[in-house]
Design a binder for this molecule. Sequence first.
Ligand SMILES: [Zn+2]
Ligand SMILES: [Zn+2]
Length: 371
Amino acid sequence: MAPTASNTTSSSAIDPREKKLDVPGQHKAAIFDKKGGPVSVRTVPVARELKHGEALVRVIYSGVCHTDLHAMLGDWPLDNKLPLVGGHEGAGVVVALGEGAEEFVKIGDRVGIKWIADSCLKCDFCRRGFEPNCPEAQCSGFTVDGSFQQYAVSYARHLSPIPDSLPLDQAAPILCAGVTVYKALKEAQLTPGQFVAIPGAGGGLGHLAVQYAVAAGYRVIAIDTGNDKRALAEKLGAETFIDFKTTKNLVEEIKQASGGLGPHAAVVAASGAAAYEQALDYIRSRGTLVAVGLPGGTDIKANVFFTVFRSLRIVGSYVGNRQDAVEALDIAARGKVRTSFKTLGLSELPKVYEDMNSGKIAGRIVLDIDK
Ligand SMILES: [Zn+2]
Ligand SMILES: [Zn+2]
């Protein structure tokens, strides 16, 4: 998928709407009532009572992720809340606090609502920083209502602070897409100067992965197809671009691009098995395949002999924790990572899902929640 528009930062990073902290009685929310949808935008009451630790966020922008479509279609091996307000790339400001929430955020803070809405912070996983694996983790726009609404209740301790220099529309896609690829690159455990292959480098996740990898000092082998994606990948700092449609031997060409041995890691977010299995062929011995993204029904086949003989690592990377989100937003705020996206209104969400389902969405969509 190619990003369709490159948005430039407006003169001020602060949206005038960030200064309006009053809470109306009613607001707009995109809701679906049953598995399979449809989703509709309705006017509903704003949550009046906040429980301990909750904050009310005035959402101004929210990215749309493929996961939101999976949640509506119900095609994952997991159950979600119904009826549901989707969305987990919300960017806005805190407008009200429940008891205890003031320990973490204050009114007027610019914050992000990410996929992990909450976790216990006490279990073995949380203590070690693996908050996404907490058995009590709540997910925004899945087990709790998310960011496709003007006023969203979320958990103060898991809100992500958004730096003042980062516009909220730029911040939104970082909260899932950006953090996800940033975390996946961390899981590859590379050092500066090592090679990483990124299939789908011109796509929604891929173009962010290229930039985070370049920012970390890795040498990027971008894999995608077409001149537009080549131009984008090269502009973002990829060292080599390999067109998978025109190459005679993808595995050999990737190995050649990394001195003959193959890259030290591949970060693969494809929905089909082929890209993962190819990566097992082209990464060098002791290399790491990082599987990221969440296709519900894809199995990958790894040969045991060569996995052992070549000492390969196959790692699943889910999403980031609170610290990963802070780091990913900070890198974006310093201009090292820019998201390409197209802005539409919340009212256009049903059409976005329709187009996403038929593969017609190229690049990230960010919704202006007021429109
Ligand atoms: Zn997502
Ligand atoms: Zn926990």
